[in-house]
Design a binder for this molecule. Structure first.
Ligand code: G1P
Length: 310
């Protein structure tokens, strides 16, 4: 391993590629970026940001496009709103608005001039990241590790711990049905040791019969800065885009990269049904809404003639 490899050092910086057009959620995304779609009361991006902060990141790099101001506005200070809430004595709401980012955490915005793919988006963050391991979080993938009101470590925190201990890059994976391999990066690995296994191959969106396994990449990565050099020479791949997956495949020849089966549940909020599922599950487990949501859900199912066991 080169001295610049991932691991040993704790990650401090996280990259959020948010330049996508979100066409799947049109017409809503005509004016609201998909990262700002809410799950109950918080936008998708907030969940990913909180996960990064919990993992120890204090520098958040948003790779955005020149038309998307909502994400930057959201993390900016809202002077007028804060003044109004303060004057009205609405302290609880004021705290919510102020703590979108905790003190000591900074948000940096980088523009991706052209939509050339995820790999290209990550490369745009290079000047801010420099020569240290970093995280990439795709906010579409909402992951939480909470069961019956008990909060476990977030996926990225788990990965940062593994990365630091193993001195390696780490990529989150989960099993998917074989007919879904064409929607994901798919990895082949050595035998797993607990939740982790060394990746031997990674392919972007292979057809089911060409997929080396059914272990799919989920949008959480802890990467060695070496990835930037590799991205610079990565040619367009699947879908004609510069793929992060292809640069990771090149990284495998130089440094260890681990696949990590995280603890927690992942919701694919890049799809309609995933967003709905995340909303329902969040409401069912919500500290205030839970009872009401559970009742409402059973009533709705009963009304539709669907029994709970179906
Ligand atoms: C991206 C990655 C893919 C990964 C997926 C996870 O694809 O390119 O390897 O499996 O995120 O959500 P996208 O969903 O942006 O097409």
């Amino acid at each position: 391993m080169t001295p610049a490899s991932a691991g040993s050092r704790r990650i401090r910086k996280a990259v959020f590629p948010v330049a996508g057009l979100g066409t799947r959620f049109l017409p809503a995304t005509k004016t609201v970026p998909k990262e700002m779609l809410p799950i109950v009361d918080r936008p998708l991006i907030q969940y990913a940001v909180d996960e990064a902060i919990e993992a120890g990141c204090d520098t958040l790099v948003f790779v955005t496009n020149r038309y998307k101001h909502a994400v930057a506005d959201y993390f900016d200070k809202a002077y007028e709103l804060e003044q109004k809430l303060e004057r009205a004595g609405k302290t609880e709401q004021l705290e919510l608005v102020r703590h979108v980012l905790p003190e000591g955490v900074r948000a940096i915005f980088v523009t991706q001039a052209e939509a050339l793919g995820l790999g290209h988006a990550v490369l745009c963050a290079k000047p801010v990241i420099g020569d240290e391991p970093f995280a990439v979080l795709l906010p579409d993938d909402l992951i939480w590790n909470r069961r019956d009101g008990v909060q476990g470590d977030g996926a990225l925190k788990q990965m940062a711990d593994v990365s630091q201990a193993a001195n390696a890059s780490v990529i989150a994976i989960q099993d998917v049905p074989r007919d879904k391999t064409g929607s994901y990066g798919i990895v082949a690995t050595e035998a797993f040791d607990g939740r982790q296994g060394r990746i031997t191959r990674i392919v972007e969106k292979p057809a089911p019969d060409a997929a080396p396994s059914t272990l799919a990449v989920v949008g959480r990565y802890v990467l060695s800065p070496r990835i930037f050099d590799l991205l610079e020479t990565t040619r367009p791949g699947a879908g004609g885009e510069i793929q992060l997956t292809d640069a990771i495949q090149a990284l495998l020849a130089e440094e260890p990269v681990l696949a990590y089966r995280f603890q927690g549940t992942r919701f694919d909020c890049g799809t309609h049904i995933g967003l709905v599922e995340a909303t329902i599950r969040h409401a069912l487990d919500h500290e205030i809404l839970s009872d009401q949501a559970r009742r409402m859900m059973s009533e709705a199912l009963a009304e539709m003639g669907v029994s709970d066991s179906e």
